[in-house]
Design a protein around this ligand. Sequence first.
Ligand code: PLP
Length: 427
Amino acid sequence: ADHPDPADDNTATALPRLLDRARQEYRDLAARGLALDLTRGKPAPAQLDLSGELLSLPGARHTAADGTDVRNYGGLQGLPELREIFAEVLQVPAGQLLAAGNSSLELMHDSLVHALLSVLPGAESRWVDQERIAFLCPVPGYDRHFALCERFGIDMIPVPMTDEGPDMDAVERLVAADPAVKGIWCVPKYSNPDGVSYSDATVARLAAMSTAAPDFRIFWDNAYAAHDLTDEPVGIADLLAACATAGNPDRAFVFGSTSKITAAGSGVAFFGSSPANVRWLLANNAKRSIGPDKVNQLRHALFLRDADGVRTHMARQRAVLRPKFDAVARLLEAGLGGTGLATWTAPKGGYFVTLQLTDGGAKEVVRRAAEAGIVLTPAGATHPYGDDPRDAVIRIAPSYPGLAELERAIEGLTVCVRLVGYERRAA
Ligand code: PLP
C-alpha cells in the first residue's frame, strides 16, 4: 500500500481521490482470498520450541530438592524450588507464593469464587451475601477479566487508562465512595492491550488509598512480568510490599504464569499475597485438590534453574517476537502515518499493539477485514460489556502468525482502516 502523499493531507479536494484509491486497494485485498488471524495472543510454534527440552524433563528424576516424591499427592503450596525462582520475577516472597496448575486465569476465577462463597480476611461477610458487588475495570483492558465479572454478576465500572496506569483520581474517588466496589483488575506491566506499565506513584496510591470496602482487593495480573521487548526492561514497584507498608497488607492478590514463558497450555501458574490471604486460599484449595502437578513444576524448575535462567530464556523469546513487533510498527507507519486516521502503541514488552482510530469505526474496520479474510479481535472486546464508547480500539496480537503472514495481515488492516476512515470523513 502506498503512503498517502502528505500533500494530499485531509483537504476536501484530496478526500475523493484518497477514498477512490482506498476502495480500489480494498477490492484488490478482498480478491486475494487471504485467511489470516490476528486475534489471540498465543505464542508461535517457534516460541514453544524454545522450551522443547521440557518434553523430556524431568527424565528419570522424581524427587524435589527437599526429597518430596513429585509423583505423589500433596504439597498444596507447590514446589519450593520453583516458587524460589518466581519469587523474584513476581516480587512475592517465596513463602507467600503458591505454585498451582497451568493457568493463572483459573486462579483468578477461583479467587473470585472463594471470595463470593467464603469470608475473606478482613471481610464482614461473603461477597455473595451482599446486594451488589462491583469491580473497577481500567480500559482498554483484558476481555477475560471482564468475562469473569459477567459470569459472576459483578458490576463493572470502567476507569480510563493513562500512560502511568489507571486514572488514579477516578480510582480513589470510586473506591472511597462505595463499599460495593470490592476490587480492581490491573495488568501492571506491559498491560493487555496497550502495553502500559504502572508508575511508582500509581502503585503507591493503589496501596495506600482508602477504600469504603474493608475487604477491597487488587487483582494484580502480572501476566507479562518477564516479557520485555527492549534492552531496557521496565521495572514496576513491589505492590505487595507497598500494601504492607501502607497498613493494607491483605489488599493485593498477585497472579502470574509461565504461559508465555514456556508452554501456554502446560505451564505453571502462581498466586502471591499476604500470609493471611495465602492461608485463606490454601484452605479453600484444599477442598478442591489434593495437590498440584508437581512433575510439571519440577521440570520447570530444572529447565529454568533460577531467575537469571528466566531472563536468559525470555531474551530468546524476545528474539522471536521483536521482529514481529518491528514489522507491525513499520507497516502501520507505512500505511497510516500522516493520515491522521489512527494512532498506535509502541510497546516495550508484552503481547499486543493497540490501534486507536481517530474518528471511531473500529467495528466497521473489523467487519471489512473479516470480509477480506483477516480475523481481528472483535472491536469492543477491550471494554466491559463489549462496549467501547468511542468505537476506537483495535487490539493487534502479532505473536502467532509467521512474519510473512503477519506482514500481509497488517498491510491488509491498514487498507481497511483507510477505507473506513476516508468513508467516514466523506460521509
Ligand atoms: N492475564 C492476561 C493479562 C493475559 O493477557 C492472559 C493471556 O492472554 C492471561 C492472563 C492468561 O493467563 P494464563 O494462561 O496463565 O491463564
